[in-house]
Design a protein around this ligand. Structure first.
Ligand code: GLU
Length: 492
């Protein structure tokens, strides 16, 4: 195989859809597997002009997942520039060549006329397409139209007969009739190329060997192959990735909640888990293991093992996978990742001292079995960082509003206050001692205590959890709940 070159060619829309990142990942994996090059190209011919922020969003998404590019707008490369709006002269050159050879022509139809033409086709039950009204204009007719100031776009003169056969590396052989294809616009009245034209020129100019992209572009490939023939370019290989669907099996969209890459980062997904999860959407490593390292995925990745049928973005599975990565991670590492989330919520100081970081690592170690996401620490487990946490419904109903709870909590607070050694072991001894004294089971003390100190009924070992909180905070929380819920009790 020649040196493999793939490209990720997003349009800078201001946000990056998780589906785009999936495409980028597969292009990157293919290049890395073969020791090839991965090129980043910004396709902004549809925009008035790209904004720097919109491009930053793309960089940010790729970097978050750890997809590095060998050539691109910021790093340059032998085929620079890598932003289409800066390559307009190159497209003009090729447009002129097609016009000269009669393989493209000027179209003077106005938007209103085009709409009428489409309407007429629809009325005859035919799919709307350009029927070629300007295909055979004489030089005189063109001159007359120009003279009245009619702007012209440029259309590609597509073959009226025959078929275009796409030999797709994932979707297999797909055949399109040329007669059904209306002549597409390749140059806009503004002088800018359209997507079809720019993509074909750039894939050639940038020596792209494999175009790997989303399935929705399969239909466009007919135009791209025909344009390559007209321009005398060799065709790259095509591989169209399966669609990604939401859990209701419709195309993944904003309706399904978060679709922007950075939403997932904000939700507390680890990039390595998302990398693994996205890789398995439409690609099968063979075998049943699902947790695979980045290196293993690169090593095993092939397009042959990609599926042609759509895959479902199962958020529950993504969270499960993230949880598996959390479990395998050291407390120190989780603490490092967690810090920005906590700081953003005002739950942790900036520039923490080393002992505070060591404490956070212990919290992470204790909680990681139960925390599928980094944000679990700022939501469900926020009681580690603040006294300001809610008591959930179950904690209230099952334990806090029981008539003897306030008394138990106060008795426990008194015992813990007297405790000299604040360790899980000593705390446990006090809790069990109190249960014995009251003649109740240990659970009758443990559960209300957990409900009061954490606001929930579930969590890690209570004694280890209490050990990680400050003694005076635990006592304060026990008394606070005792007071609050004593007030709430109905008077006898
Ligand atoms: N700019 C196109 C998009 O964002 C890229 C299509 C392609 O990869 O050819 O969908």
């Amino acid at each position: 195989m020649p040196d493999i070159r793939t490209r990720f060619a997003p349009s800078p829309t201001g946000y990056m859809h998780i589906g785009n990142l999936h495409t980028a990942l597969f292009e990157w994996l293919f290049a890395r597997h073969h020791g090839g090059q991965f090129v980043l190209r910004i396709e902004d011919t549809d925009e008035a002009r790209h904004t720097p922020e919109a491009v930053t969003v793309i960089y940010e998404g790729l970097r978050w997942l750890g997809l590095d590019w060998d050539e691109g707008p910021d790093v340059g490369g032998p085929y620079a520039p890598y932003i289409q709006s800066e390559r307009v002269d190159i497209y003009r050159h090729y447009l002129a060549r097609l016009l000269e050879q009669g393989l493209a022509y000027e179209c003077f139809c106005t938007p209103e006329e085009l709409e009428q033409q489409r309407e007429a086709l629809r009325a005859r039950g035919l799919p709307p397409r350009y029927e070629g009204r300007c295909r055979r204009l004489s030089e005189r007719e063109k001159a007359a139209l120009r003279a009245v100031g009619r702007p012209a776009c440029i259309r590609f003169r597509t073959p009226e007969t025959g078929q275009t056969v796409i030999r797709d590396l994932i979707q297999g052989e797909v055949v399109y009739d040329n007669a059904l294809l209306g002549d597409p616009v390749i140059g806009k009245t503004s002088g800018f190329p359209t997507y079809h034209f720019a993509v074909v020129v750039d894939d050639f100019e940038m020596r792209i060997t494999h175009v790997i992209r989303a399935a929705e572009h399969l239909g466009n490939t007919q135009i791209h192959l025909l344009l390559q023939q007209a321009l005398g370019f060799p065709s790259p290989q095509y591989a169209h990735l399966p669609l990604i669907l939401g859990e209701d099996r419709s195309k993944l969209s904003k309706r399904h909640g978060a679709v922007s890459v950075m939403d997932y980062a904000e939700r507390g997904f680890l990039p390595e888990a998302m990398f693994n999860f996205l890789a398995l959407l439409g690609w099968s490593p063979g075998g049943t293991e699902e947790i695979l390292s980045r290196e293993e995925i690169i090593q095993r990745f092939t397009l042959e093992a990609c599926s042609a049928s759509p895959s479902v973005f199962d958020l529950t599975k993504a969270e499960w996978m993230n949880g598996e990565y959390m479990k395998a991670m050291s407390g120190e590492e989780i603490a490092r990742r967690l810090l920005p989330y906590l700081q953003k919520q005002g739950l942790f100081e900036g520039n923490p001292a080393p002992e505070r970081l060591a404490w956070l690592a212990r919290v992470a170690d204790l909680m990681k079995e139960r925390a599928p996401l980094l944000t679990t620490f700022t939501t469900w487990a926020r009681y580690f960082f603040t006294d300001d946490y809610p008591y959930d419904e179950k904690a209230r109903k099952r334990w806090l509003t029981k008539p003897d709870t306030p008394q138990t909590l106060r008795a426990l607070a008194d015992r813990l206050e007297a405790l000299g050694d604040w360790s899980a072991q000593s705390i446990e001894a006090e809790v069990r001692g109190l249960a014995e004294e009251l003649g109740v089971s240990a659970g009758q003390v443990i559960h209300p205590c957990r409900a009061a100190v954490t606001g929930t009924t579930v969590g890690p070992s209570l004694f280890h959890l209490l050990e990680l909180l400050a003694q005076q905070d635990v006592i304060h929380r026990l008394r606070r709940a005792a007071d609050q819920f004593a007030e709430d009790l109905p008077a006898d």
